[in-house]
Design a protein. Sequence first.
Length: 159
Amino acid sequence: MHAIARAAGAILVALLLAGPAAAQTPTLTLDGKVKQAQHWTLADLRKLPTEQVEVSYLGEHSTVKAHFTGVLLWSLIQAAGGIDDTGKGLELRHAIRFTATDGYVVVGSTGEIAPDFGAKPALIAYERDGKPLDEFRLVMPGDRRGGRYVRGLVTIAVE
């Protein structure tokens, strides 16, 4: 009986030392119609070329103004080898699905972020107002409402 109690106590101590699940390192996956699926941690993203945007959008209760730092979504698609498609207008033919940890999903298009077309500086942010974020965040400058400012972003799928 004492051996079982000691084993249970050792397991409990190990779980407490490991910390809560929220302390796990978030990972962002980019897959779908890209040449090579990619996975990044926040530390990985901080090593890539940085962009900054000032945004203002309507939140649930008021206007939100913020300064975000991160990596352009188009740059991440290029890091994955680009869109896995051929032919004329390939930048215009694909949707992008963004999924958060809570199951929230929004959609954009490759045409709106492609440099030769919409050139919207969609950003995968890792910092807000000079403070590091503990999760990935999609930032869509120019959107009038904040519905596509996705917190807890975990998957980007080019479709």
